[in-house]
Write a protein that binds this ligand. Structure first.
Ligand code: ARG
Length: 460
């Protein structure tokens, strides 16, 4: 069945039909298409196009289609151009010629925009819940090792000691921003396009505001041409999805490293790792590697859709059909990666002895010492040089920070006061970083509580 055909003398070729169909993927919009169509039927009744009885028949028949679509095999053998066409065909099977009134004043251009927005708003809600669950898991993993310290890196070189919860809270902040970005993307998809017609606005007295209320939209699209051509809301979502994937991939990379034999900081659970078909000893971090890898895929979807939309003339163009597979794939991938990462976090175990040892072995305390000198009045440049020399001397003589006694330190340079030797232990330097946002134990405890409060306030 087609929703058009009168002006054609010959049918489309099979080649073209196969090339242009979207039912194979836009079937995922069926539920949204039915909700939108039911709202449209009610709008047509209010506009005097349908009688009460006709509207009831159509709304009921659409409800039956929605129920049937939940059964397996519903789409078997369907050869419709797209999901909108399929719904009308099914409606005709149930309601006869009356189905022919459904498209009064309605274009598929606004319909596909409406359906995609409805679908996307629901998907985004699920992603926000998954993100909140992951944030909760990170807080729990932080609280399991409240005093564990590890070397924080810059340039992947040991830089300064930080508390384990402080490290995890960094990811909490990233995911918190992702949650907010998704909320903004959900708002961006929250304008209701029906009534825009194909591009010029409907010629029927449609109460758009009432449709928006029924479908849970926040506002109306303000310009019918913009409504027909706009896919910014799809890009907003893909952008938010990209950044969430970016953060997931960085977390994955960290934990792939930290769980390696070279580090030995983190133990990943058997349930989320896999072995080698050849090497019996292997325990590989495949779950995290896939999360890292799938980031590229979501980024690809974003770039693909931007490239598709770039330079399109006003208003709707069939190119825009290409948005759906990108959206579906990005959304599925993000959802799967959020759930997988959460499972990894829930089952991971830290080895706090190893992380503390990694901190003690290196000169992560150097900055603590330099700042102590600065606090005692030594110009920072001089302090920096002094500690740098201390590090150089230690490397030459094979000494670790803990090997320096207060006396040896004072003998090395008189600026080193005896009490500064305390700072040769990384856990002591931490205590000087109680500034808000710093890794001092009290600051981190407060940050953990504050993060938990913010998570609760997300209300998911
Ligand atoms: N399958 C189309 C899409 O996804 C639906 C809109 C078709 N509109 C049209 N004028 N051909 O974009």
């Amino acid at each position: 069945m087609k929703l058009w055909g009168g002006r054609f003398e010959r049918a489309p070729s099979e080649l073209f039909e196969r090339f242009s169909e979207s039912l194979s993927f836009d079937r995922r919009l069926l539920e949204a298409d039915i909700r939108g169509s039911q709202a449209w039927a009610r709008a047509l009744e209010r506009a005097g196009i349908l009688t009460v009885a006709e509207r009831e028949t159509l709304v009921r028949a659409l409800e039956e289609i929605a129920a049937e679509a939940r059964q397996p095999g519903f789409f078997d053998g369907a050869a419709d151009e797209d999901v909108h066409t399929l719904v009308i065909r099914k409606l005709r099977e149930k309601a006869g010629e009356l189905a022919g009134k459904m498209h009064t004043g309605r274009s598929r251009n606004e319909q596909v925009s409406l359906d995609t927005r409805l679908w996307l708003r629901q998907e985004i809600g699920h992603h926000q819940n998954r993100l909140a669950a992951l944030m909760g898991s990170l807080l729990a993993l932080a609280r399991r090792y409240p005093d564990a310290i590890l070397p924080g890196f810059t340039h992947l070189r040991r830089a300064q000691a930080v508390l384990w919860p402080h490290y995890l809270l960094a990811y909490f902040e990233m995911f918190f921003r992702d949650w907010q970005r998704l909320a903004a993307a959900r708002r961006a998809a929250g304008a209701m396009p029906l009534g825009s017609g194909a591009l010029a606005g409907s010629g029927l007295p449609i109460d758009r505001a009432q449709i928006a209320r029924e479908l849970g939209f926040d506002e109306l699209t303000r310009n019918s041409m913009d409504a027909a051509s706009d896919r910014d809301f799809a890009l907003d979502f893909l952008h938010a999805a990209c950044l969430a994937m970016l953060h997931l991939s960085r977390l994955a990379e960290d934990w792939i490293l930290y769980s390696s034999e070279e580090f030995g900081w983190l133990e990943l659970a058997d349930e989320v790792t896999s072995g080698s078909s050849l090497m019996p000893q292997k325990k590989n971090p495949d779950a995290l590697e896939l999360v890292r890898g799938k980031c590229g895929r979501v980024l690809g979807s974003y770039v693909s859709l931007v490239a598709t939309l770039k330079g399109l003339p006003m208003t709707y163009n069939r190119d825009m059909q290409e948005d759906k597979e990108r959206l579906f794939d990005a959304s599925d991938t993000l959802g799967a990666c959020l759930e997988m990462t959460r499972a990894v976090a829930d089952s991971a175990r830290l080895n706090p002895e190893r992380t503390a040892e990694a901190a003690r072995q290196s000169w992560v305390v150097a900055t603590d010492l330099a700042e102590a000198l600065a606090r005692s009045g030594v110009p920072f440049e001089r302090a920096h040089t002094l500690v740098g020399r201390l590090v150089l001397e230690s490397l030459r003589s094979g000494r670790r920070p803990a090997d320096w006694t207060p006396e040896a330190l004072a003998a090395f340079a008189p600026e080193f006061a005896p009490e500064m030797a305390r700072l040769l232990r990384p856990e002591e330097g931490l205590k000087t970083r109680e500034i808000p946002g710093g890794t001092g134990p009290a600051a981190v405890a407060a940050a953990l509580d504050e993060a938990a409060r913010r998570l609760r306030e997300l209300g998911t």
